[in-house]
Design a binder for this molecule. Structure first.
Ligand code: ZN
Length: 371
């Protein structure tokens, strides 16, 4: 019996993810055996605060970070006369037809659910008071996204024809992307390096895993003769093309450039490591990469067959969906000129930040989007 439990747990999780709606759902209020059942999709992970007021009788649910979906007014049910969202104060005014008991508050998936039933007047009067919350919830910690500006320190990466250093350009792009993502407020952003220092490739992967990153985005601007435009790479044992294979080979040699002498990994260990790259992680990486390509397409020149695969060492986290973005090639003079312009880097950073936010918004799709 023991061994079947984890499997059942996984199946339940997969079914729940399949059943979960992909689109934002509206708030709803319904009757349930004399009680009112208020369902607020998307509010479960947010901070909230519930207060009661006796004249007139109402409950006030403050949701300072909530984006309300659907009509602002909800028709009443049970002891609730009506509920109205105040978008300026970001709170839901729940007007009552009489005193109610302390609501039952639970989380169902991403929804905050309140069950409100009539209760004794004296107890309700004791709950009432605008400054005393009768219940409150903390925001769930925001997911961590790790951005990985390539190279650094004694490893300059590619040096362009007019002397542009890849390590500087990619750091500037990563910092810009971090600013955009943090302004969006949906995630916490950590950089594998925020200065001009050398970080071994394994250290970059380890950093993402140690910080429980939900996503890892490596940023480069390498050299590839004849190639121009941005491109996105995900991990594969076999490269999709010669250019991707060459890029991976050169990037993977960065540790040697840094003077670090890593022991060679035997082929069978390599195979075991790769088999650890779970299907789920691969699907997440692929989805992230296609979102990145869609976000970049209308805004910047792209390399043909923009999403490619190769065995980049920095993409080898078994459990963190990862992609490597070549924001352009410093071996191309036009790309070099563009990448030197902060405005161009801002366009790239905005597109990539948008892709990351899209990904974070729909975490359940990794299971449901097969095919
Ligand atoms: Zn590079």
């Amino acid at each position: 019996m023991g061994p079947t439990l984890p499997r059942r747990g996984l199946l339940a999780a997969a079914l729940a993810a399949l059943a979960a709606p992909a689109m934002a759902e509206s708030a709803s209020l319904g009757g349930e055996g004399g009680a009112a059942r208020l369902v607020l999709p998307g509010a479960a992970g947010q901070a909230w605060r519930l207060t009661a007021d006796s004249r007139p009788a109402r409950l006030i649910l403050s949701l300072p970070r909530h984006d309300w979906e659907g009509p602002r007014g909800l028709p009443g049910a049970g002891p609730v006369r009506a509920a109205n969202w105040d978008p300026r104060a970001r709170r839901l005014m729940i007007d009552l037809s009489g005193p109610v008991a302390m609501p039952d508050i639970s989380k169902e998936g991403g929804a905050l659910v309140l069950s409100i039933r009539p209760g004794p007047a004296a107890a309700f009067a004791r709950m009432a008071g605008p400054n005393r919350p009768i219940a409150q919830g903390q925001a769930a910690p925001r997911p961590v996204v790790v951005l990985d500006p390539g190279h650094g320190g004694k490893d300059p990466g590619t040096i362009g024809a007019t002397g542009t250093y890849e390590k500087r350009i990619v750091l500037a792009a990563a910092q810009e992307m971090k600013r955009r993502l943090e302004a969006g407020g949906r995630c916490r952003v950590l950089l594998t390096r925020s200065r001009d220092v050398f970080v071994p490739l394994a250290g970059r992967v380890e950093f993402a895993r140690r910080n429980r990153a939900v996503l890892f985005v490596s940023i480069h601007a390498d050299s590839a003769p004849g190639a121009r435009g941005a491109s996105v790479y995900t991990l594969s044992e076999t490269a999709s093309d010669a250019l991707s294979a060459a890029l991976a080979r050169r990037e993977n040699a960065a540790d040697a450039a840094g003077g670090l002498n890593l022991p060679p990994v035997p082929a069978d260990v390599q195979r075991i490591l790769l088999s650890l790259v779970r299907q789920e992680t691969r699907q997440g990486s692929t989805r992230l990469a296609s979102m990145a390509v869609s976000a970049l397409r209308p805004r910047v020149p792209l390399l043909p067959n923009t999403h490619r695969q190769a065995a980049f060492a920095v993409l080898k986290s078994p459990d963190v969906p990862s992609m490597l973005v070549e924001i352009g090639f410093l071996s191309d003079r036009r790309d070099e000129a563009q990448l030197n312009r902060p405005e161009h880097r801002a366009v790239v950073a905005t597109a990539l930040a948008g892709a990351v936010e899209d990904y974070l918004e729909r975490p359940g799709l990794g299971v449901a989007s097969v095919g």
